[in-house]
Ligand binder design. Sequence first.
Ligand code: ADP
Ligand code: MG
Length: 679
Amino acid sequence: MNWTDPVEKIPYVGGVYAKRLGKLGVQSVRDLLYHFPFRYQDYTQTTKIRLLTAGADAAVRGKIIKIGSIRTKGGKFMTKAAVADESGAIEAVWFYQPYLTRTLKEGVGVGLAGKVENFGGKTSFVSPEVEVLKSGAVPSHTAGLVPIYPETANLSSKWLRTRIKGLLKSDLALDEFLPPAVIKRYDLPSLPEALKEIHFPQSAAAARQARYRFALEELLLFNLRSNTQRAAWEKRRTAYPLNPGDHQREIDVFIKNLPFRLTEAQKRATEEILADLGKNTPMNRLLQGDVGSGKTAVAAIAAYLSYLGGTRTIFMAPTEILADQHFQTLGMLLTPYGVKIAIQTGSKKPEPTDEFNLWIGTHALFYRSQSFEKVGLVIIDEQHRFGVEQRTELLQKSKSEVTPHLLTLTATPIPRTLALTVYGDLDLSVLDELPPGRKRIKTFVVPSRKRDAGYQWIRQKVELGEQAFVICPLIEESEVESMRQVKAATAQFEAISRLMPNVKVGLLHGKMKAQEKTGIMDSFKRGEIGVLVSTPVVEVGIDVPNATIMVIEAAERFGLASLHQLRGRVGRGSKDSYCFLFTNEESSAALERLKPLEGGRNGFELAELDLKLRGPGEIYGVRQHGLTELKVADLTDAHLLKTAREAAQDVFQENPRLDRYPSLKEELKRFSSALVEPN
Ligand code: ADP
Ligand code: MG
């Protein structure tokens, strides 16, 4: 038998069990060995039978003194045994397990473990784990730290234990694939040792060490994958190095004439990006900055250099509305310098004959039949909306022998401790500063009993000419809207229309036609609509300076960082802005969790809190980059993350192609293909 063999090769695993294992994601021998327990039942102490009392969870050893099966009055098939040790005897009962009496006979030594209850007036074991004790063999189910596994229908921990123990005892070769230097430096148990200890630990400490090894192993592979991807990217060449030095004067003029002065963070990011653009290796950089930190201006400078260097820029927005907004903003900034800008979305097509320097668009851009000539720079806004495949496709469209520079913009803050791991394959620029003069958005967590009063206050404000967003409850975690979500938004829209008869209320959801959406958005921007009711996934990042109020319904369903991002749509003008987090829950825990938003924390700090409070699955980049697929590693463990990065760096620097470690290379291949990258 081999590590990579399918589970059917394992003795006693037939097609039926293979299918059940499949449900747990276990396909190969390796997968089964890596199906780790999530806890251990502590049966390290055996109890004297005389001392057992109802309510205990205990393990005993004894001899069967009597056993037999009967039908109970209720018609259940029941097996009943009396088991005794030197201190006393106890009864044990099982239901519908006729095969038990095949191995459990009078005089046989057994281990029993499980709940002790009062059964029919007697202190008894009810459906305990039971196993026949064999001299010289360590019991698997009724003594020591007994592993409890993620299970599925008709696949018990007991069955898994038996199969895994069998594998560990077989002659299956378990070759260490981590480089010896890593094992030594971090003092890790070897693979066979770690597998033994994670499944059947000698002690809690040994189990912890084994788990640490697998956590480090997992993150090491993740980092090696990033290193490999980065190295592959660095082999690419761009045919259009855009030397910023040749155009320094024009760029300086452009920056000087911007309607504002760049923040220090914007200056730094601009320098990093311009330096990248001058290289022969195409840029692959992520510009990360809180909502409103001014990523568009930085992107515009990059697009301007691309224009000056004689190449085209493609600017991808996740939605039509954002594409429209970028078209207007970038038009204002760049058209005076001669840049010709085209917009292409589902509903807008540029004149096919015109020559454009900057293409702005949505997905629709991908489906253009001709490829883009002479594309020097691709900018992708709000990267989490785009799948990796689409990104690759876009890069291919722009003529395969030439890789354009790639700049990705994201407002999704990711905890600093995680960023280097999650974005290990990219270079990172961070806008960690907001333009001056931004007022803090006054934020209130509002329990449901104060909700009506809240809406009355908002009504007054809106009747005086201010504008509000109302974000409906998030119904499911999905980037595509369901009809249920649309219905909820519509109901909300109707309720608010009734509540505010003198106010024009608008509705925006994902199932509306693009033109309709743009129409509503435009009339909101012009101030004709007072309250805009919207589903949560429709628009991130729109800029409406006169909107001063953000209402989020059922705020408890969102992560803090997402709420912060939604809130960022207001507070762009000079007036005071407000955010109301309405909750359906009165529980103080739910309200407490939202409290940090009332303080002045920035997106990074909130993301850090999300990581602690809700776990890594809630952090956007984490899921996008497949990190949620990791099974052992604790992503809140900053020290572990750092160690794994270092370890990967060492291995990679010493042997970038991993030729010296063929089995590690093999594992890396398996690991990489198992990471699904959702889009
Ligand atoms: P985001 O990073 O969320 O995409 P934008 O690029 O849309 O942010 O910028 C938000 C707003 O801030 C815009 O109205 C923009 O004109 C303005 N802005 C950008 N940079 C500065 C700056 N340095 N000083 C003042 N306002 C700025
Ligand atoms: Mg933006």
